[in-house]
Design a protein around this ligand. Structure first.
Ligand code: FES
Length: 78
């Protein structure tokens, strides 16, 4: 879906830029030129960025092999 109509930037492009290392709104403006004309898309751009950055943080904090079972010994039955 288009987020920035002035520059024809989609939500997918914004998420891809975050995945590519963009971490601030200013960097996003430099990279995609999003929100550089009328500015009416600024709030939506920031919301999409924030959600994507939070997802990346959550994934980086997740355990690599899942959670241990109740005994704390890993896979049940082994
Ligand atoms: S809609 Fe993004 S700058 Fe106008």
């Amino acid at each position: 879906m288009f987020v920035c109509l002035c520059k024809s930037i989609t939500d997918h492009e914004i998420r891809a830029a975050v995945d590519g290392g963009v971490t601030s709104f200013e960097q996003m403006q430099d990279r995609l030129e999003v929100s550089t004309v009328c500015g009416s898309c600024t709030c939506e751009v920031k919301k999409i960025m924030q959600k994507r950055l939070e997802k990346e943080v959550a994934q980086s904090e997740a355990p690599a092999f899942g959670f241990p079972n109740q005994t704390g010994l890993g896979i049940a039955g082994l």
